[in-house]
Design a protein around this ligand. Structure first.
Ligand SMILES: NC(=O)c1ccc[n+]([C@@H]2O[C@H](COP(=O)([O-])OP(=O)(O)OC[C@H]3O[C@@H](n4cnc5c(N)ncnc54)[C@H](O)[C@@H]3O)[C@@H](O)[C@H]2O)c1
Length: 442
């Protein structure tokens, strides 16, 4: 039986009177805040980035696949807005944390965003609030990192306030699934915590799946991403083996896909990118050390995936060599710096490493990406480059066109007609049909 504090909050959630605070209005937090606004909840979006706060309040989009019309679901409603003033946390009945969880330079979990956010919430936490962490992280984070500072207020999780973990499963740019159509896994510190978190999400997502603890929910997200990371590494390795054997890995995957059970296709590429797959598995590796268990699959997959840009450049240099040209001085047109097709996100993109390797060997690199007109600086790279237009003249002028991202909007026929040599890491040239230009898979 829920305690009285929980019962009161449950009623507020069920009647959609509960104010939902979403901390971090990025790829995960913004669509979530929009869903709660659409469902009729009062919503307060919090972000340190003043530009995002301004844009949300002005009803302007800043993420490619989330148009302004969607952002206006927040700005046009009287009881919804964004702010950088965290004192407003006190007004929120439910607080959902969607802040980044990157790796440090030593490839260890960088918990500063979660720690800072928790410390901020701890200043304002009050009886009857529900706090949910969504950021991807290692098992134990909710109990070990979030719970103690909140309880330092004297309030107790499960009795006075409620605490849960529910991993985000966004797949930006995937037209088939959106925030509301993806089931959500939820684990609460107590049964009341679980019940409240489930009732909140049930208002905006197709279905919730409960697990016995926040730790199990944290582990579920890591299993999902490790599964992808390991399987991508497997096809990346097979690609290299098959290439030596004169077998096209794409043809093999296509054929294997016809098996109606026991197989799921994963595709090779120039390396891993994005905020999740290259990073999250190492959160588990780090935590597993505490238990003296090595995570060999994760380490091996990381090794293979990280080495893919080198493999691509070796293939590219070998192809130039056969044309009696060197990489030194070669003009390379790199297609796509987003980490995957049709998104405007270049975090951890393998294209950045490809550029570095090419420039290190004396190549002159230009890039084209319809979604990334200017390459912003990252923690590691500071390129001063702008996307060049994809014209016949640009394509003709390049010694090699290197396809790193298979955006749908690229005119692949134009490449096939004018390029001197194409190195294709995504099997993108399949769409161009027969081409004049030689195409090397890498
Ligand atoms: N992007 C994805 O597709 C995806 C998918 C599943 C899970 N995740 C996970 O979700 C989490 C968030 O990822 P994201 O892609 O939305 O990140 P993001 O960088 O797009 O957004 C995070 C936002 O949090 C803000 N922020 C940082 N510190 C803050 C603080 N102390 N207070 C308020 N705001 C703060 C930033 O300004 C930024 O706007 C990460 O743990 C990530 O691993 C992301």
């Amino acid at each position: 039986m829920p305690n009285r504090v929980a019962e009161k909050l449950l009623k507020r959630i069920e009647s959609r009177q509960a104010t939902v605070g979403v901390i971090g209005l990025g790829y995960v937090g913004l669509p979530l805040a929009i869903e709660f606004a659409k469902a009729g909840f009062p919503v307060i979006g919090f972000d340190l980035d003043e530009r995002k706060v301004r844009k949300v309040n002005a009803g302007q989009g800043y993420i490619k696949h989330i148009p302004s019309a969607c952002v206006q679901e927040i700005s046009k409603r009287k009881n919804c807005h964004a702010t950088g003033d965290f004192r407003e946390l006190r007004r929120a009945d439910c607080i959902i944390i969607c802040v980044p969880t990157p790796l440090t330079r030593q490839r260890e979990p960088d918990m500063t965003y979660i720690v800072n956010t928790t410390n901020t919430i701890a200043q304002y936490v009050r009886r009857g609030q529900l706090v949910i962490l969504e950021s991807t992280t290692y098992p134990g984070t909710t109990r070990e990192i979030v719970q103690p500072p909140l309880e330092a207020s004297g309030l107790k999780a499960g009795r006075d306030f409620f605490l849960a973990f529910s991993p985000e499963r966004e797949d930006p740019g995937n037209p088939k699934y959106s925030t509301s159509s993806i089931p959500k896994v939820v684990g609460g510190v107590t049964r009341d915590c679980l019940k409240l978190a489930q009732s909140l999400y049930n208002a905006v997502v197709v279905r919730t799946v409960s697990v016995s603890s926040p730790d199990a929910a944290e582990a579920t997200k890591l299993l999902e991403n490790i599964f992808r990371c390991v399987n991508i590494a497997l096809v990346n390795e097979l690609k290299q083996v098959f290439e030596r054997m004169g077998i096209n890995v794409w043809e093999v995957i296509e054929a294997a896909k016809s098996k109606p059970f026991g197989f799921m296709p994963f595709y090779p590429g120039p390396g891993l990118g994005g905020h999740c797959i290259p990073i999250d598995p190492f959160y588990l590796t780090w935590k597993a050390r505490e238990y003296e268990i090595p995570t060999r699959f994760i380490e091996l997959a990381g090794e293979i995936n990280t080495a893919m840009p080198e493999y691509v450049i070796t293939r590219l240099a070998g192809s130039l060599n056969r044309m009696k040209k060197s990489l030194n001085g070669a003009r390379i047109l790199l297609l796509g710096v987003a980490y995957k097709k049709d998104v405007d996100d270049m975090r951890e993109s393998p294209s950045l490493r490809l550029m570095e390797l090419l420039q290190d060997q004396g190549a002159v690199v230009e890039y084209h990406d319809p979604f990334i007109p200017i390459l912003p600086p990252t923690r590691k790279y500071r390129y001063r480059l702008r996307s060049v237009p994809l014209t016949p003249a640009k394509v003709k002028a390049a010694d090699v066109v290197l396809i790193a991202t298979d955006h749908s909007d690229i005119n692949y026929r134009l490449l096939g007609k004018y390029a001197r040599l194409i190195v294709d890491t995504r099997n993108a040239m399949l769409r161009a049909g027969r081409t004049k230009a030689p195409v090397i898979q890498a």
